[in-house]
Design a protein around this ligand. Structure first.
Ligand code: HDE
Length: 721
């Protein structure tokens, strides 16, 4: 009876705990942390109204002391991030490969919390840096938390965890003056890279438009390492995890990224927040490339090498479920900042491989949480708690939340009835995959990891000409920021082993020649003693290119315009029919229309009605939108012609190859863009400039079809090589 009471009390306390964990503070008295109602929060306790403050003022001291300690260390990498809640639902395929409980029932859903991030920048840095994006998913499964802590690029810079601190030191702001912020375009990064040929495949991806995504919602995600799945029959297969976005994979262009950083450094955070807030829920399919255990050595690369992909043309991606993000966090710090991911959080049915990068990560994440969140009890922070029942003998420590009852805190025990019990495998107990290891202890790199250029080549050659130009331009920019000539030269040497023309066209702008290529591809680090001693394997020339690697050729891009942002440029006297017709058509397709007005509140349409303004033209730029439309209305157009921002908005929209639409008098405003005047009227649509005369009724559908093509690269001048 007593025991029952005690349990009841604990239950009540737990409920109270939960109630306390979530509070919006409305309709309640202000109290101190101890629950004392506060009578005056505006004045400190003083000796006389003009006298000194009194040490006795415990209310002031409590408030300021708490404030003084409000910050925790930011993540050493991935400090800048944004997150959302949602759910995962498997399909019928999933159970074939894994016995994980959350993958068994197509009618079940599992809650998830997903955090996207940049890597190099500090917590307050721009979302738009050229960088890899983190894509970390916490599945709150009934069998415990499973964290899939991946990136938006399927490979990594280095092959062994031992080089991770060096990589991060090299890319972070330089230690003497802490510059540059959130940028790889500086000497220490390229110095390191130029001595690490194994990074060349990743460099191709990082210099491509993948590193400047249009939205977190429009990125692929990858588990990067090869993992294992184990099914009910205890069959193990190797897998690569893929997240495939429903909205396709899209990027901005570099000039746009630079301008977005100034216009709205929270661009990705805002985009994610507003989409979910507006009921446009981001969605991904989860796919796996499954490689049977017997095929481990079938490929020209090593499945354990994290600088290699498995081309989708060799092993197709099988979809095993979908993920939908449908709820914004309530509190940034409590959730997005305090969430603690760990690639070692797995559940039965999922296991690791011996990828030496993954192996290093398994140690690092708990270690970092101890210093970042300050206690081994970080699993008790609400966002990190498992929804599975949790019982063990771990006790105490800083900020322990759980009140463990009873006197037994050890195993085996008889005093506690032997509880908690260990679970047999049939009862869901976790047992590591029984892999046989019979080897010498060595500090070596496997010879099978030695080819650093074939897949860099495969990636480069799989891109369209436009995408290749963007890679060349990114390298020109980054290496022009490098000050030490020897670093540039070494980089050109490495690039020439990916593609001679690529190296030459970068060299053209650097003003130096490409060094003579070594006869054999340079597969060992220049002067680096850490990269195995073996002779490099001959380069495997991949026969095919892979469309999946190109964002433009990628079949994910279905042409939807859902959630795309369109700026309508309006002033007093705008034609309401022109606005509404286009707006209705776009909204029907799921696009979002924003009225950009010449004031911050509302403008008057030609028929005297009020049109609510979403943004004052002073605060926007076309880089914040996917397309621009100029509705008709002579008075409106005349007023817009006087606006200082108009030439910048239209010229940028043109330069960034975005769709521009204009109706009747609106067409006059296009004169602001010289380049448009050089395009003949018949060719305007081909260039993504959608206009119409009074008789043509197809403006809206033409505009929508053009937007579905995303960008009109025809406007971009091919690079001189
Ligand atoms: Fe991480 N990584 N990482 N990483 N990583 C961290 O953990 C680390 C690597 C990734 O939104 C840290 O909690 C090592 C690859 C993401 O909270 C830290 C190595 C991939 C996030 C850490 C790697 C990742 C992190 C910093 C090489 C793609 C953000 C704060 C052995 C598969 C998670 C933290 C979030 C965060 C260590 C390499 C993805 C220090 C040692 C490869 C998405 O523990």
């Amino acid at each position: 009876m007593k025991e029952k009471d005690a349990k009841g009390t604990v239950e009540n306390a737990k409920q109270a705990d939960l109630a306390h964990n979530k509070s919006d503070g409305t309709d309640q008295f202000m109290t101190t942390a101890q629950g004392l109602k506060v009578n005056d929060d505006n004045n400190s306790l003083k000796a006389g109204d003009r006298g000194p403050s009194l040490l006795e003022d415990f209310i002031l001291r409590e408030k300021i002391t708490h404030f003084d300690h409000e910050r925790i260390p930011e993540r050493i990498v991935h400090a800048r991030g944004s997150a959302a809640h949602g759910y995962f639902q498997p399909n019928a395929e999933a159970a074939k490969y894994s016995k994980a409980g959350f993958l068994q029932d197509p009618n079940s859903t599992t809650p998830v919390f997903v955090r996207f991030s940049t890597v190099a920048g500090f917590r307050g840095s721009t979302d738009m840096a050229r960088d890899v994006r983190g894509f970390a998913v916490k599945f709150y499964t009934q069998e415990g938390n499973f964290d899939l802590v991946g990136n938006n690029i399927p490979i990594f810079f280095i092959q062994d965890a031992a080089k991770f601190p060096d990589l991060v030191h090299a890319v972070k702001p330089e230690p003497h003056h802490e510059m540059p912020q959130a940028a790889s375009a500086h000497d220490t990064f390229w110095d390191f890279i130029s001595l690490m040929p194994e990074s060349m495949h990743m460099i191709m991806w990082a210099m491509s438009d993948r590193a400047i995504p249009r939205s977190y919602r429009m990125m692929e995600g990858f588990g990067v390492h090869t993992f294992r799945l184990i099914n009910e029959k205890n069959e193990s297969s190797f897998v690569k995890f893929h997240w495939k976005p429903k909205l396709g994979t899209h990027a901005v262009v570099w000039d746009e990224a630079v301008k977005i950083s100034g216009n709205d450094p929270d661009f990705h955070r805002r985009d994610l927040w507003e989409a979910i807030d507006g009921g446009i829920f981001p969605e991904w399919e989860l796919g796996v490339q499954v490689i049977p255990e017997a095929d481990e050595h079938k490929f020209d690369f090593d499945l354990l090498d994290p600088t290699k992909i498995v081309p989708e043309e060799l092993v197709p991606v099988t979809i095993i479920g979908k993920m939908v993000l449908n709820r914004n966090p309530d509190n940034f710090f409590a959730e997005t900042e305090q969430v603690a991911f760990h690639p070692g959080h797995i559940v039965p049915g999922i296991d690791f491989t011996n990828d030496p990068l993954l192996q290093g990560r398994l140690f690092s994440y708990t270690d970092t949480q101890l210093s970042r969140l300050g206690s081994p009890n970080f699993h008790e922070i609400p966002i990190n708690r498992t929804i599975a029942p949790m019982h063990n003998h771990q006790r105490d420590g800083h900020m322990r939340q759980e009140i463990n009852v009873g006197r037994v805190s050890y195993h085996p025990n008889s005093l506690g009835g032997g509880c908690p019990y260990q679970a047999k495998i049939a009862e869901g107990g976790f047992a590591s995959f029984n892999e046989r290891i019979d080897a010498k202890k060595v500090r070596e790199r496997s010879e099978s990891f030695a080819d650093h250029f074939s897949q860099a080549k495969l990636f480069y050659e799989s891109q369209t000409a436009v995408e290749q130009d963007h890679i060349i331009n990114a390298l020109r920019f980054e290496l022009s920021k490098v000050e030490v000539p020897a670093i540039r030269e070494r980089m050109l040497g490495l690039l020439s082993q990916v593609d001679q023309k690529l190296a030459e066209s970068v060299a053209l702008v650097l003003g130096i020649p490409v060094p003579k290529s070594p006869e054999k591809p340079m597969n060992h680090g220049v002067g680096a003693d850490h990269v195995g001693k073996q002779e490099p394997k001959p380069i495997v020339k991949y026969a095919q290119t892979s469309d999946a690697l190109s964002m433009i050729k990628n079949k994910l891009n279905s042409g939807t315009i859902e959630s795309r942002m369109v700026a309508f440029l309006c002033a007093d006297g705008v034609d309401a029919t022109s606005v509404n017709k286009m707006k209705d058509a776009l909204t029907k397709e799921g696009a979002v229309v924003k009225i950009i007005g010449t004031n911050s509140t509302a403008i008057k349409t030609a028929d005297g009605k009020e049109l609510k303004v979403d943004h004052n033209i002073l605060t926007v730029s076309s880089v914040l939108f996917d397309a621009v439309f100029i509705p008709s209305g002579k008075q409106s157009i005349d007023a817009l012609k006087d606006q200082e921002k108009i030439p910048e908005i239209l010229n940028d929209a043109f330069k960034h190859c975005k769709v521009i639409g204009a109706e009747k008098e609106g067409i006059d405003l296009l004169n602001e863009v010289k380049a448009i005047n050089n395009i003949s009227e018949q060719k305007l649509a081909e260039h993504g400039i959608i206009t119409k005369d009074a008789n043509n009724q197809n403006l809206a559908s033409d505009f929508i079809n053009a937007m579905a093509q995303h960008r009109f690269w025809i406007r971009e001048k091919p690079l001189k090589i």
